[in-house]
Design a binder for this molecule. Structure first.
Ligand SMILES: Nc1ncnc2c1ncn2[C@@H]1O[C@H](COP(=O)(O)OP(=O)(O)OP(=O)(O)O)[C@@H](O)[C@H]1O
Ligand SMILES: [Mg+2]
Length: 210
């Protein structure tokens, strides 16, 4: 059976890493192979041009940054996500295309443009959006890290806009979860959806081999 692609999305500090770790444990406990990954990858995050923008807000060409993000994602899909899914490994990705669509929309680039440069990449089997007010996510990041480090994190309005943009660009079937709930309650909602999708894919593959 092919692996599932699960995308966990949300603002910085919304609880993605917390949920991803719990979900990984669930897969391991159920003897299902699982791989954690993230988009963008470290190639993008460590690029000096990207760092300059994230750290200081300085950016001579936002389209160039979007192209770097798209190239990073396309490479990651071809070299990591697609092969793993095909060999039966379930993939959990920390952020996906929808982060690019939402963040770059607020940075002034149309989602249609971002979609075009990212190419024809697969819709995840499960898309989770951890929905939370920026006031709370920023507080959580501050409590976790002791400070806010990204330039954009200094402006809660920016995050209000990114949250609204997410809701416009997420796939229709995305699981939009109230992220003020307890981590264990959120986890239960996610595994219910994952179990349904695992069953569905198994049935489809059984039908196709008949
Ligand atoms: N449901 C929750 N309720 C209260 N606090 C939470 C919840 N989920 C996570 N947290 C706490 O909020 C902080 C941020 O969580 P986490 O690191 O999982 O977020 P994140 O979305 O991965 O952030 P980033 O985008 O910066 O990687 C952590 O200190 C975590 O313990
Ligand atoms: Mg995280």
């Amino acid at each position: 059976m092919r692996g599932l692609l699960i995308a966990v999305c949300g603002l910085d500090g919304s609880g993605k890493t917390t949920q991803i770790k719990m979900l990984e444990e669930w897969f391991v406990k159920n003897n299902l192979s699982v791989l954690l990954t993230r988009q963008p990858t470290d190639y993008y995050r460590q690029d000096n041009r990207v760092r300059q923008y994230l750290d200081s807000g300085e950016c001579p060409d936002m389209q160039a940054i979007a192209l770097l993000a798209a190239a990073d994602r396309r490479w990651h899909m071809k070299t990591c996500v697609e092969p793993s899914i095909n060999e039966g490994t379930n993939i959990i990705t920390d952020r996906y295309l929808y982060s690019s669509l939402a963040y770059f929309k607020v940075r002034g680039l149309e989602p249609e443009y971002i979609k075009a440069i990212n190419g024809d990449i697969r819709t995840p089997d499960v898309t989770v959006f951890l929905d939370l007010e920026p006031e709370i996510t920023l507080k959580r990041v501050k409590n976790r890290d002791g400070k806010l480090t990204k330039y954009e994190e200094r402006d809660p309005d920016m995050f209000r806009n990114i949250r609204a943009a997410f809701k416009q660009v997420l796939p229709n079937e995305a699981l939009i979860l109230d992220a003020t709930q307890k981590p264990t309650d959120i986890h239960q909602l996610i595994i219910k959806e994952v179990e349904n999708k695992l069953k569905l894919i198994e049935e489809v593959e059984l039908y196709e081999t008949r």
